[in-house]
Design a binder for this molecule. Structure first.
Ligand SMILES: Cc1cc2nc3c(=O)[nH]c(=O)nc-3n(C[C@H](O)[C@H](O)[C@H](O)COP(=O)(O)OP(=O)(O)OC[C@H]3O[C@@H](n4cnc5c(N)ncnc54)[C@H](O)[C@@H]3O)c2cc1C
Length: 409
């Protein structure tokens, strides 16, 4: 990835985008494509682009199986995946359409597998096929189950590399991408917004914030409703030892729990060829708790003061206990995956990377699964962009740009 000179933010410009994750960059790119010649500045707090969610995934390009037919998520995922493959091909970014198996191991999961099949077909997921127990081995020689769904169109990519390519597009269109420059406040007035940041202030006509795990902070300070609150969930992965990578050809997923917006801990061959097992989903005490023990008073206070946290804990304490056990013991984590890859043993894994999911939580303790945007004066805030937002980034960026353009001048 190319290292570009880091410009200074200008004193004024037409558009400011906050957040240099895959979504902020896709939005900046889309806005400039619509308004060639506009002055745009993207501000990212970290020294690197894609430093948070974007850079901490297993890199799965989802095909659109899980989402309710007709929903925005379904449409954006199917469209977004198609466009992302085309974009990567055009930009010479490696992708691999390895496919994935969603494996049912118990009778009780079959009705949920049926539902996933129905959704996938209705969403026109390319090549989706139901396979019986005997066919599983032909696709994934070390997997077992009683039935499965095979999605050959599911693939992998390095989303951080995609984010960098979007940044190049922004620069090529005349935009400035500034890293190491956090935005502290947005002050609307006199037909614009004063953006206060680490290097001073920039006056903009319009601002879009795509701040991931911090998306509620600027939005609420700028006058948006307090709901939903971001509660950080840590997703930890284990790595398979290189000599055991042959246990997994592509991606093997469990049938997900319909109560939760998580897909369940899965095995995935990443674009680099390593096999990750994960992610877990443990509520943590900091929005950057890449190290499990990290606590930040402000983040913790924000989580604990939110009524939804306690309602969620009341409903899902059992799930929380399982996640805690997984965090404490590789064995319990591996045992889950042994349901569909029985040869896997705790000796086959070592610690791996982790990501922090920006999980939006409503006041009633519901994990918000939909895409949420709010407007304040001269600004649009992306409040929730959960998985598969990296897959959907190009399609989602169009939707956000439509919203931004519909704002009266
Ligand atoms: C463990 C895990 C696995 C996932 N797996 C997949 C997957 O396989 N496929 C998929 O499609 N999706 C996946 N997702 C979801 C996907 O990663 C996210 O939906 C996507 O990356 C969201 O992008 P973003 O740009 O909104 O957020 P981020 O990448 O988190 O970017 C937000 C950026 O805003 C910056 N920022 C915040 N506040 C400020 C401020 N005040 N000033 C300046 N900058 C600021 C942050 O530093 C950050 O860089 C996964 C997520 C996690 C956590």
């Amino acid at each position: 990835m190319q290292t570009e000179p880091n410009p200074q933010p200008p004193p004024s410009c037409d558009l400011v985008v906050v957040g240099g994750g895959i979504l902020g960059l896709a939005v900046a790119r889309e806005l400039l494509a619509r308004r060639p010649g506009a002055e745009l500045c993207l501000l990212e707090r970290e020294p690197e682009l894609g430093a948070h969610q974007t850079g901490h995934t297993s890199g799965v390009i989802h095909a659109g199986i899980y989402y309710e037919p007709g929903s925005l998520k379904a449409r954006l995922c199917v469209e977004g995946a198609r466009e992302l493959y085309a974009y990567c091909e055009q930009r010479g970014i490696e992708t691999r359409r390895d496919g994935k198996l969603i494996v049912a191991t118990e009778e009780s999961e079959l009705s949920r597998l049926d539902e996933l099949e129905r959704r996938g077909r209705a969403n026109q997921v390319p090549g989706l096929r139901r396979v019986g127990a005997e066919e599983i081995e032909g696709i994934e020689p070390h997997a077992t189950g009683i039935a499965a769904l095979h999605s050959p169109a599911t693939g992998v990519v390095d989303f951080r590399e995609v984010a960098h390519a979007y940044a190049e597009d922004v620069r090529a269109a005349g935009g400035a991408v500034v890293t190491g420059c956090g935005v502290r406040a947005l002050r609307p007035g006199n037909g614009g917004v004063e953006v206060e940041h680490d290097a001073g202030t920039t006056r903009a006509s319009f601002v879009v914030t795509c701040a991931g795990a911090w998306s509620d902070r600027l939005a609420v300070a700028a006058g948006a409703p307090p709901e939903p609150r971001i509660v950080p969930f840590r997703g930890a992965y284990l790595r398979l030892r290189p000599e055991r990578r042959e246990l997994v050809r592509a991606s093997i997923y469990p049938v997900p729990d319909p109560e939760l917006p998580f897909l369940g801990a899965h095995l995935t061959r990443t674009i680099d060829g390593e096999i990750l097992l994960g992610p877990s989903a443990l509520m943590v005490g900091a929005r950057d708790a890449y190290r499990l023990g990290r606590l930040r008073t402000r983040d913790l206070a924000s989580t604990l003061a939110w009524p939804g946290t306690w309602r969620l804990a009341g409903r899902f304490w059992r799930t929380g206990a399982v996640e805690l056990r997984r965090a404490a013991s590789k064995r319990s984590y591996v045992n889950e995956a042994r349901r569909f890859v029985p040869e896997l043993s705790v000796r086959d894994v070592v610690g791996g990377p982790s990501g922090i999911r920006a999980q939006a939580l409503d006041r009633d303790g519901r994990l918000v699964d939909d895409f949420v945007v709010h407007r304040t004066e001269r600004a649009l805030h992306v409040r929730n962009a959960p998985s598969p937002a990296a897959t959907s980034s190009l399609a989602l960026a169009r939707l956000i740009a439509d919203e931004a353009e519909s704002e009266p001048a």
